[in-house]
Every structure is written in structure tokens, then in C-alpha cells.
Design a protein around this ligand. Structure first.
Ligand code: B12
Length: 451
């Protein structure tokens, strides 16, 4: 009996040790442990649930690129997605920003099709021409790219993995825009820095004049130290910047930081990222996080890239996510979150004038009562339904994007946008209206800003 008890005790201890085993991450140089693989699979499932009836997504190329890089085994209906991309390119190529065009170029390449001959176009050539025009607009030369750094980074990276060199003078102009702390631009600077780092990581391998290669390497070193300085701990999680800028930052640092990944807390960051998809998270979050979870970046396309045979579509699967009816995009397995029922007050303050305010009657300051747990978007809809405010939004890969308030539309060409600001701190909210959940008594300020 004693021996039986001892064996039982040893087994319990072993079980405890096994269940307490640390997760390991391919991104940080190990193999992905089972629990990480299960998060990857859950993320792919969510992306498949978010697929539209036309077999595309809100941002089709971003999702296709992500699935091709990291989940070819589970990505069914690839040919249908490619057909949908052809339609989108033909409809929108003239109006799309260079970041979007870059995503198409990379999505096509990752699907083993030729972006130099896709949808009847040479997408690489078109992208290269647009990149060259980034530093001259409003009729004069400019110091920052028209589409700003995130999209510019995507574009230069997409050209590079397709063996198309961005002109030396364009690279030189880009490097001139680097701030002394190593960042580029000002708003969302961690995202921008990570995107430029990935691009330069490819660009540094191209044949260039020695002085430029030296400058590129110096810029990379500054970007690395900037991103390292942005590692933060927040409510027990560890991020680079925030949750949503961490994915590309981790991939960029893994590529270029020569120090041990533990020195910038790679495993802690991955531990924070590798959690099951949240119910208020969206396509943008999943498609950017998936490659980081699997340890793949688009730089993998630089080398010989191979595609598996297309995976057959499960017989019971029909894409159904219609963004105007969110119930069609909801998780198949509902999460066990409590149904919110406690009423809370949320104050919405809208300034339609740029500061200083000159007494425009269309400003608004209203308080609405919503259920605890409602999103900011939910509160805005209640205010609109009660005739207290007006606003217009469009569905984007990160949820609803506010384009107009009180009849005042942000002029996108002039880089205007409606900013969401925490009334107590004056800081920009870190999430959009569809993901942000206000608390009781909170004030959200809406202001027209430029970026
Ligand atoms: C550039 C950029 C912006 C530009 C967008 C300009 C435009 N409309 O064209 C500006 C500076 C205006 C902007 C604003 C905001 N942004 Co922003 N933005 C980015 C960034 C750096 C790159 C996006 C991009 O160009 N993608 C590539 C191109 C090819 O894709 P695209 O489909 O053309 O891009 C569209 C969307 O990305 C959209 N967009 C950009 N930001 C946001 C934010 C939200 C909530 C929505 C719904 C859409 C959206 O604008 C593009 C055109 O529709 C991303 C970083 C990232 N990791 O993705 C953050 C990012 C998407 N933004 C973010 C946030 C929080 C905001 C704001 C809510 C900030 C604020 N408090 O005001 C506002 C949106 C407010 C609103 N009106 O609804 C977060 C979203 C996180 C989340 N879970 O919701 C991100 C991920 C940054 C981060 N790391 O936190 N943004």
C-alpha cells in the first residue's frame, strides 16, 4: 500500500511538472509547443469564420499572405481567394494606397503566382512607379512619403522580396526621415518602425553603393535599439509598443537583433501574444498575429518559396461573414463571457473644429447609458439612435473606422482623421470603436487631427 501511495505521489508530481512546463516559441528560436500550435489553429479557424461570401476578406491580401506564410495546411479555398484578389485588383488598383498594393504583390507571390503577371498587370512595376512618386506631391518635393512610413515600408519590402531594387535616391530619402531615437514618423511609431525594419532587413542584402549600405546598417541598428526601448509591461503582459504592434516588432527584432532574444524578453512577449483569439478582436489582429505566432515573416519570400497543393474545401463549409450583420461573423463556439447587464454612463465629446475652438454649433457633449461591457461603437449607436450625435463609419479590417462626425468628414487626402481620445489623460485610445470597451463615467473625446 505504501509503495502504491509513493508511485501515485511520483505520478502526481510528474503530472504537475508536465502541466507547468513552459511554452516554447519558434519565433524566439525554439520549436512551438503544443499549446502554441493550438492557438495558431484557433486563430486560423477564426480567420476562416471571418471569410466573406465572395471568398475574400475585408483585407483579402493581408489574410492570404498570413495564411500562406504560416498555415498552408489549413488554408482551404486558396484558388477562390486568388480569383477574388484578381477582381479586387481590377476594381481598385488606381485608388489603393501603396501598402495595400504591396500586400497584393506579396500575397500573390506567397501563393506561388507571378506578381509581374497577375490580373493582366505587372503589379511589381506599378508598385515601383508609385514608390518613386511618394516623395513628391502637392506639386513639390516632400521629406516624408505620401502614404507615410508603415505603408512605405510594406512597399519597399514587397519590391525587395520580388528582387526589384528601390532606387538609391528613394532609399536615401527614407533614411533621412529617421528620428534621432531611431523611429520614423510620429503617430503609431512602433508599427512604423517595425515595418521599416523588416523592409531594410531585405534592402541591406541588395547590391548598393558602399556608403548607402553603411547607412542602411546604421539605420537598422537604431531601429533595433528603438524597438528594444519600447518593451513594456502592462497588466501582467509584455509588449513592444502595444499588443497590436508587437507581432511585426518581434519578427523584425528576431531578424536583426544580434543579442540573445531573452535580452528583449522575446518569450515573455510571445507568451502574451499566444492566447486564444478574443471575442472583440478582428481580422487585422489575427492576420498580423498569425505569422508572429508561427515565427514567419514575409522575408521568407526572399528565398526559394514553395507552395503546398491547394487544400480541399470541407464539404460543410460556406464563407458567410457579412460585416453589416456581425452575427454572421461570430465565433462558431460562443465564448463564456458574462452577458453585460449593469448600466453605465459614457460621455461622448465631439469637437468639429480644430483647436482653438471657435464656438461651432455642431460640437457635441452628450452622456449615454449603456450596458457594462458594451463597445464604444455600441454607445455611439445609442447616441445616434436618440438623435444626440451623427457619425459615419466604414468597415475596415480593424472594425469600424470613423470617417465623419456631426456631418464633418475627415479629408483623407489631406491626411485628416477623427482621433479617439481618452478624456481623462488626453492620450489616443489604443483600440478602435469596435474593440474599445469604456468604463462607467468615462469620457471619450473625438477630434479632427492630421497624421
Ligand atoms: C496608418 C494607420 C492609421 C492611419 C490611417 C489612415 C487611413 N485611414 O488611411 C491613422 C493615423 C489615421 C490611424 C488612425 C487610427 N488608428 Co491606426 N494604424 C495605422 C497603421 C500604422 C497602419 C495601417 C495601414 O496602413 N495598413 C496597411 C494598409 C495597406 O491597409 P489598409 O486596409 O489600407 O488600412 C486601413 C486600416 O488600417 C485603417 N485603419 C488604420 N488605423 C485604424 C484603426 C481602426 C480602429 C480602424 C477600424 C481602421 C484603421 O486605415 C486604412 C484605410 O481604411 C496600423 C498599424 C497596424 N499594425 O496595422 C494602425 C492601427 C490599425 N491603428 C490603430 C488605432 C487604435 C487607431 C485609432 C483608433 C487611434 C485613435 N485613438 O484615434 C485611429 C482610428 C480612429 C477612427 N477614426 O476610427 C490600432 C488598431 C488597434 C485595434 N485593435 O483597434 C493599430 C493596429 C495600431 C496599434 N498598434 O495599436 N491609423
Amino acid at each position: 500500500m505504501k509503495m502504491f501511495r509513493e508511485i501515485f505521489f511520483v505520478c502526481m508530481l510528474l503530472g504537475f511538472v508536465v502541466s507547468e512546463e513552459e511554452s516554447t516559441y519558434e519565433t524566439c528560436g525554439d520549436d512551438n509547443s503544443e499549446d502554441v500550435i493550438s492557438v495558431i489553429n484557433a486563430t486560423v479557424d477564426r480567420l476562416m469564420e471571418l471569410r466573406h461570401p465572395n471568398w475574400g476578406w475585408t483585407n483579402t491580401p493581408e489574410v492570404v499572405l498570413s495564411l500562406q506564410l504560416s498555415a498552408q495546411d489549413n488554408f482551404f479555398g486558396r484558388c477562390k481567394a486568388l480569383e477574388q484578389m484578381e477582381i479586387e485588383i481590377n476594381n481598385d488598383i488606381n485608388s489603393m494606397n501603396i501598402g495595400k498594393l504591396a500586400l497584393y504583390v506579396m500575397a500573390v507571390k506567397s501563393s506561388c503566382k507571378n506578381p509581374r503577371s497577375f490580373a493582366g498587370k505587372n503589379l511589381v512595376k506599378v508598385l515601383n512607379q508609385r514608390v518613386k512618386k511618394q516623395f513628391s506631391y502637392d506639386g513639390k518635393p516632400q521629406t516624408i512619403p505620401y502614404d507615410r512610413y508603415y505603408r512605405f515600408g510594406l512597399a519597399v519590402g514587397a519590391l525587395c522580396v520580388n528582387k526589384r531594387k528601390t532606387r538609391n535616391w528613394v532609399v536615401g530619402k527614407l533614411l533621412k526621415g529617421q528620428n534621432t531615437d531611431g523611429s520614423f514618423g510620429d503617430v503609431h511609431s512602433v508599427d512604423d518602425a517595425a515595418q521599416i525594419l523588416l523592409a531594410l532587413s531585405c534592402v541591406k542584402t541588395e547590391v548598393r553603393p558602399c556608403y548607402l549600405t553603411r547607412k542602411i546598417k546604421r539605420s537598422i541598428a537604431k531601429l533595433v535599439s528603438f524597438l528594444r526601448s519600447k518593451v513594456i509591461t502592462e497588466s501582467g503582459d509584455v509588449w513592444i509598443g502595444n499588443k497590436y504592434s508587437s507581432s511585426s516588432s518581434v519578427l523584425g527584432l528576431m531578424e536583426e537583433d544580434e543579442e540573445e532574444p531573452s535580452t528583449w524578453r522575446c518569450r515573455d512577449i510571445m507568451g502574451s501574444l499566444a492566447v486564444n483569439p478574443g471575442s472583440l478582436e478582428n481580422e487585422g489582429a489575427f492576420s498580423q498575429r498569425l505569422p508572429a505566432l508561427a515565427g514567419d515573416s514575409y522575408l521568407d519570400l526572399m528565398d526559394e518559396w514553395q507552395c503546398q497543393d491547394p487544400v480541399s474545401i470541407p464539404p460543410d463549409y460556406q464563407p458567410k461573414c457579412n460585416t453589416s450583420d456581425p452575427s454572421t461573423c461570430s465565433p462558431a463556439t460562443p465564448t463564456n463571457e458574462p452577458i453585460p447587464s449593469i448600466p453605465i454612463d459614457v460621455r461622448l465629446t465631439i469637437f468639429t473644429d480644430p483647436p482653438p475652438i471657435v464656438g461651432n454649433v455642431s460640437n457635441a457633449d452628450v452622456t449615454v447609458t449603456v450596458n457594462n461591457g458594451s463597445t464604444l461603437y455600441g454607445a455611439m449607436v445609442i447616441a445616434r439612435d436618440n438623435g444626440l450625435i451623427t457619425f459615419v463609419s466604414q468597415t475596415s479590417t480593424w472594425g469600424e473606422y470613423i470617417t465623419s462626425m456631426q456631418g464633418v468628414a475627415a479629408n483623407a487626402t489631406a491626411h485628416e482623421y477623427w482621433a479617439l481620445i481618452d478624456g481623462a489623460t488626453g492620450q489616443l485610445l489604443s483600440k478602435g470603436v469596435s474593440s474599445y470597451v469604456p468604463s462607467d463615467g468615462e469620457q471619450i473625446v473625438f477630434r479632427l487631427k492630421t497624421w
